[in-house]
Structure formats: structure tokens, C-alpha cells
Design a protein around this ligand. Structure first.
Ligand SMILES: Nc1ncnc2c1ncn2[C@@H]1O[C@H](COP(=O)(O)OP(=O)(O)O)[C@@H](O)[C@H]1O
Ligand SMILES: [Mg+2]
Length: 265
């Protein structure tokens, strides 16, 4: 497996956090899907967004990629206000529902998304398919792929153009354990090469693979920190209990005065 470096950033934006949100809010009628989120995420790390279904993870990703407009607040990627068409070439987005075309083959799907993002190097496209072990399936129509294979193809489509910032919405759902391990190894290589990854999940078992976590619920970020930091602040050795603690749902008393304030936010 070859690891590609993310695209270089321009000098004007290198100092900016990779991902920023300022009082970001998205309302759908009476529902505040994202309810005033502030973020400032430095580059080169893997951020895990964890929260139950409906907590606003997908909406936050769509706001940050500029695919939905905010009700209020600001979203910036690599220092550029979103939505920005020109910034899209530096962003990779793996959607929660696979965005691939069922009638197109594996190669045609990849070619379509690569072209959209300005990647025309055939060798790089093949490398992306090797990474997800679909290089032997170039001619297979996407509708003949298993769910896990479709997930893998979506992944290849999201990273063939070497984005500086990758948004991955529940990327490992339906992916078998061996490929899952490969995905995570690759995420770490990408981050080591300077890319920033924001990975959502509604299960805690992958949380420890992230450099930093954002616990989300009801459109809010309940707590942010390294897995070790969040466990320590919640006074538990278990991330699931830590989540419940910050969500104010645990029966156990808060570990410190600071963490109880956080849970109430
Ligand atoms: N396009 C939409 N129209 C109306 N409500 C939406 C839409 N997208 C999301 N929501 C609502 O916003 C909330 C957050 O959803 P979502 O961002 O998909 O959460 P998650 O990805 O954490 O499961 C949910 O209550 C969901 O029903
Ligand atoms: Mg979602």
C-alpha cells in the first residue's frame, strides 16, 4: 500500500486550523440539528465524532463541507469560509449513505469522483482501489458489490485526490474487521502525512483509535479531548461511561467540579 501525502496548502492558510466552526447552527423547522457549535481543530490529527443517532454528526459534516447552508454561524476549512467550490478540491467526503452510482462500474465510479475533484492520474486512482482491495473488480457494476464493498468503493472515491481534510461519515459500518483495521492504519498514515480526518461513529469501539474525540448529543458538543483525557475527567476507564457522564445520564457522581459543569453545558 502506498501512502500519498495530502495536497499542499497555500501559505495564506497554513496557520489556520484545518476545521473551524463559530456558533454554527442548523435548524430544520423546530429541530436544531446543530445547535451552536464552536470548533477549532488543528491539522494532522484524527478527530472522532461520537454520538447516538440524531445527535447532529451528519449535519455538522454537511455544514463543514458546505453542502447545506447554516441557519447561522460560520464554517471554515483550511481557513476558507464554506461553502467554497474552489476549496472542495482539498476536501474529501465519504457520505453515510454510499454516494456511488449503482449502474456504473467500480472504475467508472472512481473516475467520476476523481475527475470531479481534479484527480486524473490513473496510477493514483489504481492505488486508491488497491488500498480498499477493489483493484481486481474494476469492471464490476456497483450494484453487484456487497454492502462492505460499496463502503470500500466510497472510501476510495473520497481519497483518490489526496484531500487535506477528510470527512468520513460512519466509514466502517458494514466493513469486515480485517478491512476495518486496514482503514484505521491508513487513516493514521494520512494524519502522519499532515491530513486532518473527522470521522463520525455511533459506536464507541473505534473511539480509542482517534487522537481526539468530540462527544455529541442533541446538536451540541458535550465534551472534547483525547480519549485518555475524557476518561480521566469523567473518572472512569470506559469511554461509554465517560459519554454518559458528560451527557448527564450517569448515576455516578461527577469526578471533579469542572467536569460537572461541562456535562451541564
Ligand atoms: N434534511 C433534514 N430535514 C429535516 N430534519 C433533518 C434533516 N437532516 C437531519 N435532520 C434531523 O436533524 C437531527 C440530526 O440528524 P443527523 O445530523 O442526521 O444526526 P446523526 O448523523 O448524528 O445521526 C435529527 O433529528 C434529524 O432527524
Ligand atoms: Mg449520521
Amino acid at each position: 500500500m502506498t501512502v500519498a501525502s495530502p495536497s499542499p496548502t497555500t501559505s495564506a492558510t497554513t496557520a489556520a486550523p484545518a476545521v473551524e466552526a463559530v456558533a454554527l447552527r442548523k435548524a430544520y423547522g423546530p429541530i436544531n440539528a446543530v445547535d451552536g457549535i464552536d470548533l477549532s481543530l488543528p491539522a494532522g490529527r484524527i478527530y472522532g465524532m461520537l454520538g447516538p443517532n440524531g445527535s447532529g454528526k451528519t449535519t455538522l459534516i454537511r455544514l463543514l463541507t458546505g453542502l447545506v447552508s447554516a441557519t447561522s454561524g460560520e464554517a471554515r476549512v483550511m481557513g476558507v469560509e464554506m461553502p467554497s467550490r474552489t476549496n472542495l478540491a482539498r476536501i474529501g467526503y465519504m457520505t453515510q449513505a454510499d454516494g456511488i452510482y449503482p449502474e456504473l462500474s467500480v472504475w467508472e465510479n472512481l473516475s467520476f469522483f476523481a475527475a470531479l475533484y481534479g484527480q486524473r492520474d490513473r496510477a493514483e486512482m489504481i492505488r486508491a482501489l488497491e488500498l480498499v482491495e477493489l483493484d481486481g473488480r474494476l469492471g464490476t457494476p456497483a450494484h453487484q458489490l456487497s454492502g462492505g464493498m460499496r463502503r470500500r468503493l466510497s472510501m476510495a472515491c473520497a481519497l483518490a485526490h489526496h484531500p487535506a481534510v477528510l470527512f468520513l461519515d460512519e466509514p466502517t459500518v458494514g466493513v469486515d474487521p480485517a478491512v476495518r483495521v486496514q482503514f484505521w492504519d491508513h487513516f493514521h498514515r494520512l494524519a502522519a502525512a499532515g491530513a486532518t480526518l473527522l470521522v463520525s461513529s455511533h459506536v464507541m469501539d473505534e473511539a480509542d483509535r482517534c487522537d481526539e474525540l468530540l462527544f455529541m448529543r442533541e446538536g451540541h458538543v458535550l465534551a472534547q479531548g483525547t480519549p485518555a483525557d475524557l476518561r480521566a475527567r469523567a473518572g472512569t476507564d470506559n469511554l461509554e461511561s465517560a459519554f454518559l457522564h458528560f451527557a448527564g445520564l450517569s448515576a455516578s457522581p461527577p469526578a471533579t467540579a469542572g467536569s460537572s459543569q461541562e456535562a451541564a453545558r
